[in-house]
Ligand binder design. Structure first.
Ligand code: URP
Ligand code: ZN
Ligand code: ZN
Ligand code: ZN
Length: 474
């Protein structure tokens, strides 16, 4: 009947926390209740611990050619690092360029991801894509890839979407039940601001964040929402950083229009004072880090349901890639030029610990909200619920066991990505995943990885309109 029992843990869903056992057979959850241990059945004692649905990462960039760099992790390494952070499924973006078939790019990405130890999926992406590529959306959706990212900036890098194409993507997505994902920064404003600081010869790290201020993000956010409302197509805005943008979503929500909002761990815990440091280039990402006050506004948005999901936007580059195009002065210091630094920060492994410690541990969120924001809502919005995102009979046995008393100092030495630094070096958290189970197999236990290269499976996703109608979800 079952071959693994997680005994006596507090089983968490978005709406409840219940002490019971979880019975697993092969790769599925088969029951919740109280089960007898018997010979041949492995029993894991989770007394005093939370048992949560495995974290789902819907936003990362691994082995993704961007601004002349590729990233430090292979997909296998990325899956190991994720597993230590309680992640049991992740999604990455197809590598597209203007003339390339998005469908072909998605299939290539799937091939590359096959080495993952955890389940995976792919998002499509539209850049300066000709109309015939937008026509691939029904085929993509049919294939199990109903989500597509678009950048409203990076025109010079050749990946910005034009608004005419964006509307076409919205229309096609609406027709077939797809969900567009948007990177919202106003390109006109950002490029103008960059040119101004270039003219005064100050491309310092500090000035990077000044070229992409809140207005820049809010303007694009507003534009994207209005266009989405015009087409009547729900959209997901990724990596949102401050209240001005959240207020745009709140307005849409008040009128009943579903705008889904994501924020990530670095915007909640790291601030723009990092750009004053010599090593500030490691913190360059778009949108840039903001202030502690902005972070509190984001916690508020997580708390009140304006923000539906968290995503790490993991983009792990080691110092050699971050600094690849920088020059040094006579003292051996980098000559600061933010235009020469690839954008992106790591975060896959620390998202759950940060939400547990800074969210649930500090009373900003309930453990149930952490569950929704790291797993259930992600599964619902991205179309893999209830196979993923919930501890219920019939669902995949993807679980993470959490010890809220475990204190950890984040450091490069304890993380499992392939880089020589940690953005959160010295950051103390209380509350940490101690065991990860993927498809019924223990893949992290007692600080050891026990998963298998290639064990992850491609998950076909299909968006359920019933969930998409609600922006705050349950
Ligand atoms: O700076 C960032 N966020 N880099 C990753 C690509 C993206 O925009 O999401
Ligand atoms: Zn982005
Ligand atoms: Zn991203
Ligand atoms: Zn390690």
């Amino acid at each position: 009947m079952y071959d693994l029992i997680i005994k006596n843990g507090t089983v968490v869903s978005p709406s409840s926390s219940t002490i019971c056992d979880v019975a697993i057979k092969d790769d599925k959850i088969v029951g919740l209740g109280f089960y007898e241990a018997a010979e041949g059945i492995r029993t894991i004692d989770a007394t005093g611990k939370y048992v949560m649905p495995g974290v789902i990462e819907a936003h990362m960039h691994c082995m993704a050619p961007f601004q002349g760099c590729l990233g430090a992790n292979t997909f296998y390494q990325q899956s190991i690092s994720g597993a230590f952070g309680g992640v049991t499924m992740f999604m990455d973006f197809a590598n597209v360029f203007p003339e390339k078939s998005v469908f072909e790019a998605v299939k290539e990405r799937r091939e590359e991801m096959e080495e993952s130890a955890i389940d995976f999926s792919v998002h499509g992406k539209f850049v300066k894509s000709p109309p015939e590529l937008v026509e691939e959306i029904p085929q993509l959706t049919e294939y199990g890839v109903p989500t597509f990212k678009m950048f409203m900036t990076y025109k010079k890098e050749g990946v910005m979407i034009d608004e005419e194409t964006m509307i076409k993507v919205f229309e096609k997505a609406k027709e077939v039940g797809g969900l567009p994902m948007l990177h919202c920064e106003d390109n006109t404003m950002a490029e103008d601001a960059i040119e101004k600081v270039r003219k005064i010869g100050d491309l310092s790290w500090v000035n990077f964040s000044k070229t992409k201020p809140q207005k820049c993000e809010a303007a694009a956010f507003e534009r994207a929402c209005r266009l989405a409302e015009y087409v009547d197509c729900p959209v997901m805005v990724v990596h949102t950083t401050h209240k001005e943008a959240l207020d745009v979503a709140r307005r849409a929500h008040e009128s009943g229009f579903p705008i889904y909002v994501e924020t990530g761990p670095h915007y909640l815990t790291l601030f723009d004072d990092n750009y004053e440091k010599e090593e500030g280039y490691l913190y360059l990402c778009s949108p840039p880090l903001r202030t502690p006050k902005d972070a509190e506004d984001l916690w508020q948005g997580l708390q009140d349901g304006t923000i539906s999901v968290t995503g790490s936007d993991d983009c792990t580059f080691d110092t050699n890639e971050k600094a690849a195009f920088l020059e040094k002065d006579e003292n051996g210091n980098y000559i600061q030029d933010f235009t020469k630094v690839v954008n992106g920060m790591s975060g896959l492994e620390v998202r759950l610990p940060i939400l547990l410690s800074e969210g649930a541990g500090k009373g900003r969120l309930t453990i149930n909200q952490v569950c929704a924001l790291t797993s259930t809502n992600v599964a619902k919005i991205y179309g893999c619920y209830p196979q993923k995102g919930i501890i219920a009979p019939g669902s995949d046995a993807d679980l993470v066991i959490v010890d809220m008393d475990k204190e950890v100092t984040l450091s490069k030495d304890i993380l499992h990505n392939n880089i020589s630094y940690c953005l959160h070096e010295g950051f103390k958290v209380k509350g940490y995943p101690i065991m990860t189970i993927a498809r019924g197999k223990v893949i992290v236990e007692s600080g050891e990885f026990k998963g298998e290269k290639g064990a992850g499976q491609f998950i076909k996703r299909k968006i359920n309109a019933q969930y998409l109608e609600k922006f705050g979800l349950d």
